[in-house]
Write a protein that binds this ligand. Structure first.
Ligand code: DC
Length: 226
């Protein structure tokens, strides 16, 4: 088989999967699609509309009404892409604490997942793609040519997240970052629909002691052997 045209990368928050996906997509000339931004955009929309996050019906209905576009970056401020919510640039807003706090519960809702999964499948059919998320290898693209599951110990991930925040000049407290990651891991892994887990045919990479370059080297080897 030649180069894989659909590559699924899954893993918990802070495992480095977005960085890996972005670098890999650039190297291969493929579309990079970080599906987490869609769940984040729905969460932001719910907050902007003043919905109660536990109101599953209202949040689910909203997920079908909003338009989320992910397109090439229009601003040179470190972003990999623009995220538009009903035409408004929300690329950085979807990363704020309030969204972090609510995105995992929102992503457990069946209607939200249904709305997002069908859009993701369409994108996968239309493009050579590196798609990153939690359920890409298991649910969104079960036929992906190559599946990677990138994991690392939660303390290692929290440390990396904390460093990134400090470098960006954000206020950060290590214990709070660790708590938040543990909480998201718990919700993402234990939800009923499309929980975070490696697909049976995924290549699991544990990145506790690996930098992004070493992870990328391992993935290049896997690509050669697909
Ligand atoms: O990758 P991220 O941290 O931006 O993802 C935000 C949330 O979205 C995460 O807590 C779980 C959810 N998510 C999901 O359920 N399925 C995906 N394919 C991607 C993200």
């Amino acid at each position: 088989m030649g180069l894989p045209t659909t590559i699924a990368i899954d893993g918990p928050a802070g495992s480095g999967k977005s960085t890996l996906g972005s670098l890999l997509a650039k190297e291969l000339g493929y579309l990079y699609f970080d599906t987490g931004v869609m769940y984040r955009a729905v969460t932001l929309a719910a907050l902007k509309h003043g919905l109660e996050i536990p109101d599953e019906t209202a949040v689910g209905d909203l997920a079908y009404k909003i338009r989320i576009d992910v397109q090439p970056p229009s601003v040179d401020d470190g972003r990999d892409y623009d995220v538009l919510l009903d035409g408004e640039d929300v690329t950085w807003e979807i990363r704020k604490d309030e969204v972090n706090a609510h995105v995992s519960p929102v992503s457990t809702y069946a209607a939200v997942r249904e709305a997002m999964t069908s859009q993701q499948r369409r994108i996968a059919q239309e493009n050579k793609v590196v798609m990153v998320g939690r359920d890409i290898g298991t649910v969104v693209m079960p036929e992906a040519d190559l599946k990677i599951y990138l994991d690392a110990d939660v303390e290692v991930r929290a440390h990396r997240r904390y460093q990134e925040m400090v470098e960006r000049g954000d206020k950060a407290e290590f214990e709070a970052v660790l708590r938040s990651l543990k909480n998201r891991d718990n919700i993402d892994s234990n939800r009923e629909i499309a929980p975070l887990k490696p697909a049976d045919d995924a290549h699991v990479i544990i990145a506790d002691c690996l930098g992004i370059r070493q992870v990328l080297d391992q993935v290049r080897e896997l690509i050669k052997n697909v």
